[in-house]
Design a protein around this ligand. Structure first.
Ligand code: IMP
Ligand code: MG
Length: 180
């Protein structure tokens, strides 16, 4: 299928560009308040959270560092398998740091659960918080502590603002349903 055909299946817009901007700004204010006098490391799990991480970092008013990991339970499909793989590890040390794991969406919870256990077992951060833009709560298979979230979303396949289908649609400035 050619790429332009894929774009015909974009469904209803769930979250507009303005709603995203406002929410990210208020999350940034809240995190800056909670970590007043401290500094944080934003750790983004590639690639879905790259847009959110960028806008969130810009809305923080505390000293901030950024690093990237790529831990995945996906193998190109649309359903989580629960089998985790480390594609890319951290570049900087996070010992004694306030870590905020920035996710695009928490679905089954397998990814966050794995990341948390990995950090607890192999690194010794000062603290770890989870900040996800979207929370697909009803799909949860393993309980994970979500400290900050933007929007609770229904069990639909979503695209845009970093979220992809077949690596497309990350460039969209809104979150929409995708009709697979
Ligand atoms: P979990 O391990 O099932 O919680 O999966 C989290 C990851 O699955 C997210 O970081 C996304 O990369 C991906 N994912 C889950 N739901 C969607 C969706 O609706 N659209 C695009 N990616 C999704
Ligand atoms: Mg992701």
């Amino acid at each position: 299928m050619i790429a332009s055909e894929l774009y015909k299946n974009i469904g209803t817009v769930l979250i507009s560009k303005e709603e995203l901007q406002n929410k990210v700004r208020s999350l940034g204010e809240q995190i800056s308040q909670d970590f007043k006098g401290e500094d944080v490391v934003l750790i983004s799990n590639l690639k879905g959270s790259f847009r959110f991480l960028s806008d969130l970092a810009a809305s923080l008013t505390i000293p901030t560092q950024v690093d990237f990991i790529s831990f995945t339970s996906y193998h190109g499909g649309t359903e989580s398998t629960g089998e985790m793989r480390i594609i890319k590890d951290l570049k900087m040390p996070i010992e004694n740091k306030n870590v905020i794991v920035v996710e695009d969406i928490v679905d089954t919870g397998y990814t966050i659960d794995f990341i948390l256990k990995y950090f607890q077992d192999f690194r010794i951060p000062k603290s770890v918080k989870i900040c996800t833009l979207l929370d697909k709560k009803e799909k949860r298979k393993v309980e994970v502590p979500v400290d900050y979230f933007g929007f609770v979303v229904p069990d639909l396949f979503l695209i845009g603002y970093g979220l992809d289908y077949k690596e497309y649609f990350r460039e969209l400035n809104y979150i929409a349903e995708y009709n697979i």
